[in-house]
Design a protein. Structure first.
Length: 121
């Protein structure tokens, strides 16, 4: 069966590749596959670490917005009456610079809408 059909066929392959170390060379198929798996693991790990950093940064900002929401009247008064509202928010509520900046970037209308949602809810 093997002699009269193409059931068994051999082909020569030149596996000359650039490896993980950045150097070209002829490598065996099992070495190529193991290097590719290492590459994929590193790539997926970097992508997930980046996403984790983004989520943690967003959670940090949301923590500050929660503090602002719980003290909405005082925050609005600080924004309206203080010359340096960012420094006052940081001092009075223990916010970080990023959190205070996120609160100040919100429009007063959005802050007031949070208060309205609290009253209705």
């Amino acid at each position: 069966l093997f002699a009269s059909t193409d059931l068994e066929r051999s082909a020569r392959v030149n596996l000359n590749i650039i490896g993980m170390d950045g150097r070209p060379g002829v490598k065996a198929l099992n070495r190529i596959l193991s290097e590719w798996l290492e590459f994929r693991k590193a790539t997926v790990r970097r992508r997930l670490e980046y996403r984790l950093e983004q989520v943690q940064a967003r959670l940090h900002i949301l923590d500050g917005l929660l503090i602002a929401f719980l003290n909405i009247d005082e925050v609005i008064a600080i924004i309206r009456h203080e010359d340096e509202p960012k420094a006052e928010l940081i001092k009075r509520f223990g916010l970080t610079d990023i959190q205070a900046e996120a609160i100040l970037n919100l429009r007063l209308r959005q802050l007031a809408k949070l208060e309205e949602m609290k009253i209705r809810g």
